[in-house]
Design a protein around this ligand. Structure first.
Ligand SMILES: [Ca+2]
Ligand SMILES: [Ca+2]
Length: 284
């Protein structure tokens, strides 16, 4: 004779089973989520965002400095500051510790400005450099051999006391680089009288870098989000290329014999693919 369960008992078992499933689901959620995030990283695409609101720099970034320079994330204001002295010897950069795979799509957004622009000479909203090891502050000659794509604040920039913006890249024919001429919407050879866009460097600007893996372009927006600069796309193959070297993302002033400036970043947002070759080198 089969055992018959009363209706209240059936309901009781149903509730117990339902709650068990719910608890198992809750316990499984974190590992499943972690596995999903890791699989995303195995396929290469990484998203990093730092709003500079928790008092410490995201661990995917590192800093290097020379002379007088202090790095500090101001939790309450939600900003990260690179605070240099007033000497050209002073330098300080933040860089992404992951070398970039430039053959894969990537997007960077960095919102930043310079503080006390009266003493500022130059400050990079961002640049992409090629070097074997991690980026380091160095003299202009060394740095020029590494810089490939650069968005640069200049102030004072006579006759524009409040400053200017320059966007440039080093083409396959080498130095001098090509500079973006926003008025005529074209790239021109750099040098004396090279084009720039007048702006107020103490305002926040949003620098955007977009690449589909084949070509890249730059957009810079002003404080009210209006487009100040939009370049035409450039093929990565048109850039100077020192093969075997890694590609790095950097902001700040890296130069130990020119430039200085205090920079303040509101946020950094990056989607990119990690370069696997460097991992092999690091674990050798
Ligand atoms: Ca400097
Ligand atoms: Ca912020």
């Amino acid at each position: 004779m089969g055992m018959r369960l009363s209706l209240p008992l059936k309901l009781g078992i149903f509730v117990v089973v339902l709650f068990s499933l719910l608890i198992v689901g809750m316990l499984a959620y974190k590992p499943i989520r972690r596995a999903w995030l890791e699989s995303r990283q195995r396929t290469g695409q990484i998203h990093v965002r730092d709003d500079f609101g928790d008092g410490k720099l995201n661990s995917r970034f590192a800093t290097d400095s020379s002379g007088t320079c202090e790095f500090k994330e101001h939790r309450k204001a939600g900003v990260f500051r690179i605070d240099m002295g007033t000497s050209d010897r002073d330098a300080g950069i933040v860089y992404l510790k992951d070398a970039l795979d430039i053959t894969k799509p990537m997007t960077f957004r960095h919102r930043a400005r310079v503080l006390d622009s009266r003493g500022l000479h130059g400050w990079n909203l961002f640049y992409i450099a090629q070097n074997t090891g991690y980026p380091q502050c160095a003299d202009l000659r060394t740095i020029q051999q590494q810089q490939l794509i650069c968005v640069h604040f200049r102030a004072p920039y006579p006759p524009y006391h409040n400053g200017a913006l320059e966007v440039g890249y080093v083409s396959s024919s080498g130095h001098p680089g090509l500079m973006w001429d926003q008025v005529n919407s074209r790239w021109v050879t750099g040098g004396p009288g090279q084009p720039f866009v007048k702006t107020t460097v103490s305002d926040f600007h949003l620098a955007e870098f977009h690449s589909d893996g084949g070509r890249w372009y730059v957009i810079v927006r002003d404080q009210s989000n209006a487009i100040l600069i939009k370049t035409t796309p450039v093929s990565w193959s048109e850039l100077y290329n020192d093969s075997e070297k890694n590609y790095w993302f950097i902001w700040g002033d890296d130069c130990t014999n020119h430039f200085h400036g205090d920079g303040e970043s509101d946020y950094i947002d990056m989607t990119y693919t990690f370069c696997k070759t460097l991992e092999k080198e690091k674990t050798k």
